[in-house]
Design a protein around this ligand. Structure first.
Ligand SMILES: NC(=O)c1ccc[n+]([C@@H]2O[C@H](COP(=O)([O-])OP(=O)(O)OC[C@H]3O[C@@H](n4cnc5c(N)ncnc54)[C@H](OP(=O)(O)O)[C@@H]3O)[C@@H](O)[C@H]2O)c1
Length: 255
C-alpha cells in the first residue's frame, strides 16, 4: 500500500523539494503551507503532471486548531499517517545583535519553529500509535532543524535557540516512541538556496568562494530532500534520535 506523508512548509523551498522527492517514491502527500493554494499553482501542477496523489492544506502550524484540522483532513482522505516532516520554519524578520534582540521576535520564533513541532508531533504520534505497523514501522517523524541548532550566530540568536529546541524534542520523541516501532530523526541543513537565504545571498556566495565549506557551493533543497527520503524509508530500524548534517561538511574542524 502507498505510504502517506505530511510535509509542513511544503509550498516552496526545502519543503517543496522534500515533497517532490517523496512523490518520486510514490507517497501520498499532505502539503501544508500558510499561503493560499493558488500561490503555488505552478509547483502543484508539477506534482499533478507526475500523477502524485496529494492534498494541499492552507494552515498555520503555530495554531493548535489548524494542526488538528490538518490531521483530521489527512485522515479523512488517506486513513493513516506514515510520515510527518516538520519543515515549516521562519527566520527573524530583522537580524539584530544578541544585545538588541526583542522578546517579541524571540516568542515568534519559538512559537513557529519549536512549539509547532512539539505539538504537531504530539498529535501525529498519538495517531501513529493507533496504527498497525507496515513493514515493522508504525510511523516516522523527521524534523528539519538547522546547523544553527549547534552553531552560534549572534545576529539571530532566537533562531539558534528555536532550532536547538527542535534537536532536544527530536531526542525526547525518539526516546518515548522507540518501543512503539515509531522512529524520529533530525536533519540539519547548512546554507541552502531558498527564499529564506535570499537576503544574504551575496554575502554567502562570497563566503563559499572564500572556502567556508569543504564542499564549496550553495546547498539545494534537493540535497536536504535526499537525506529526508533516506530517513523516511523505514530501513534504519535500529537508529532513532539521530541527526544528519546536510551542510557541505561545514562542521568539520579544519586546520
Ligand atoms: N534555507 C536555509 O538555508 C535553511 C538552513 C537551515 C534550516 N532551514 C530550515 O528549513 C526549513 C525550510 O526553510 P526554507 O529555506 O525552505 O524556507 P522558506 O523558503 O522561507 O519556506 C518556508 C516554508 O515554510 C512555510 N511556513 C512558514 N511558517 C509557517 C507556518 N506558521 N505555518 C505553515 N507554514 C509555514 C512557508 O509557507 P508560505 O510559503 O505559505 O509562507 C514556506 O512554505 C525551515 O524550518 C528553516 O528554518 C533552512
Amino acid at each position: 500500500m502507498k505510504k502517506t506523508a505530511i510535509v509542513t512548509g511544503a509550498g516552496r523551498g526545502i519543503g517543496f523539494g522534500i515533497a517532490k522527492r517523496l512523490a518520486e517514491e510514490d507517497y501520498r502527500l499532505v502539503l501544508v503551507s500558510r499561503s493560499e493554494e493558488n500561490r503555488y499553482a505552478e509547483h502543484l501542477d508539477l506534482l499533478r503532471r507526475s500523477d502524485t496523489d496529494f492534498l494541499y492544506i492552507q494552515a498555520d502550524v503555530s495554531e493548535p486548531s489548524d494542526r488538528e484540522r490538518c490531521l483530521d483532513l489527512a485522515l479523512k482522505k488517506y486513513g493513516r499517517i506514515d510520515v510527518l516532516v516538520n519543515n515549516a520554519g521562519i527566520a527573524p524578520k530583522v537580524r539584530r545583535d544578541l544585545l538588541e534582540m526583542t522578546e517579541e521576535s524571540f516568542d515568534t520564533l519559538l512559537r513557529v519553529n519549536t512549539k509547532s513541532v512539539m505539538f504537531f508531533s504530539q498529535i501525529v504520534a498519538r495517531q501513529m500509535l493507533r496504527q498497525e505497523p507496515t513493514e515493522g514501522v508504525r510511523g516516522i517523524i523527521v524534523n528539519i532543524s538547522s546547523m544553527s541548532a549547534e552553531v552560534s550566530s549572534i545576529s539571530r540568536g532566537e533562531y539558534c535557540v528555536s532550532k536547538a529546541g527542535v534537536s532536544m524534542l527530536t531526542k525526547l520523541y525518539a526516546d518515548r516512541l522507540a518501543g512503539e516501532q515509531t522512529y524520529v530523526y533530525e536533519v540539519r541543513p547548512g546554507i541552502i538556496e531558498t527564499d529564506m537565504t535570499g537576503a544574504v545571498h551575496e554575502k554567502y556566495s562570497r563566503l563559499f568562494e572564500e572556502g567556508l565549506c569543504p564542499i564549496s557551493r550553495w546547498g539545494k533543497p534537493e540535497d536536504v530532500a535526499e537525506a529526508v527520503n533516506l530517513l523516511c524509508s523505514g530501513k534504519l530500524k535500529y537508529t532513532t534520535g539521530q541527526s544528519i548534517d546536510v551542510d557541505g561538511g561545514f562542521q568539520i574542524k579544519r586546520l
